[in-house]
Design a protein around this ligand. Structure first.
Ligand SMILES: NC(=O)c1ccc[n+]([C@@H]2O[C@H](COP(=O)([O-])OP(=O)(O)OC[C@H]3O[C@@H](n4cnc5c(N)ncnc54)[C@H](OP(=O)(O)O)[C@@H]3O)[C@@H](O)[C@H]2O)c1
Length: 246
């Protein structure tokens, strides 16, 4: 089975490629670094020739509200049109748990727009919504830093290892289209403040995390479990501690 991974050079994409290859699938990475650009359409038709499945784990280079919305709507629109022309039978995309519960976040609005294009297209699909990756902890800190201080609330998240995300995405790609959205998460609920405090300490990062109930999270103010998964989510076993020890 030929599986094209858009964003196959990225954090999740490179792991998805490795897992699919290990299981005998013909997985091909497609991204600007391999000559495929879903924003401009460059190289897309050639890359999708003979593809059975397309996995989209690309990400916007800029998280500014307008940029991220333009990225996910333009790239997803181009991709779905190219898939229809190439006869691709399954579109797999990675989204974010709670994306529709925090519309104040421009990034999450863009992910909801991406999902809407997929679910309203004629291409059979599977959407995997993941919680925040352990690997994203520094990115969260950077978004909330002022000088040497990081201000974050104690809102709960249930983060997951990128490796476990890649396992779920690769499994979705190798399986039949679900025509549905599923959720995946790690094993523990942690306050964003505690998660980042521990993460920065592990990294030897000198910044101080201050718990601030009024602090936002990428433009939103989660305070009621919006970033944690529902009861039907698949829970992966890797804890933050076990991941950090690796
Ligand atoms: N971070 C989190 O905690 C989290 C949680 C849930 C879901 N997600 C989702 O996970 C997905 C993957 O994230 P990631 O951290 O693995 O991303 P990443 O490491 O930043 O990789 C982004 C990938 O997108 C590619 N890309 C950028 N512009 C492109 C374009 N115009 N055309 C085609 N490909 C393009 C990049 O290609 P080049 O290498 O060639 O530049 C790269 O392969 C995202 O969709 C994100 O929304 C993230």
């Amino acid at each position: 089975m030929k599986i094209v991974v858009i964003g196959g050079t990225g954090l999740i994409g490179s792991k998805v490629i490795a897992k699919l290859t290990e299981h005998g699938h013909g997985a091909v990475a497609a991204s600007p670094n391999t000559g495929v650009n879903t924003l401009t359409g460059e190289g897309l038709a050639d890359a999708l020739t003979g593809a059975d499945v397309v996995v989209d784990v690309s990400n916007s280079p800029s998280f500014a509200d307008d940029d991220v919305l333009a990225f996910f709507t333009t790239s997803t629109g181009n991709l779905l049109a190219a898939e229809a022309a190439a006869g691709v039978g399954h579109h797999v995309a990675l989204s974010v748990v709670g994306a529709d519960r925090l519309p104040a976040s421009g990034y999450l609005r863009a992910k909801v727009a991406q999902e809407a294009l997929i679910t309203s297209s004629d291409i059979p699909y599977s959407i995997v919504r993941a919680t925040q990756f352990f690997e994203f902890v520094k990115g969260i800190a950077d978004s909330a830093t002022d000088g040497d201080t990081v201000r974050l609330s104690h809102a709960l998240m249930q983060p997951i290892a990128a490796d476990d995300v890649a396992t779920a995405v690769a499994r979705a790609a190798a399986g039949a289209p679900l025509n549905a959205t599923v959720e995946i998460a790690g094993p523990e609920k942690l306050g964003i403040d505690d998660l980042v405090r521990e993460g920065l300490s592990l990294l030897g990062d000198p910044r101080t995390v201050v718990t601030d109930p009024s602090a936002g999270y990428f433009g939103a103010h989660p305070d009621n479990g919006e970033l944690t998964p529902g009861p039907d989510a698949e829970i992966f076993p890797t804890s933050y501690e076990a991941w950090a020890q690796r």
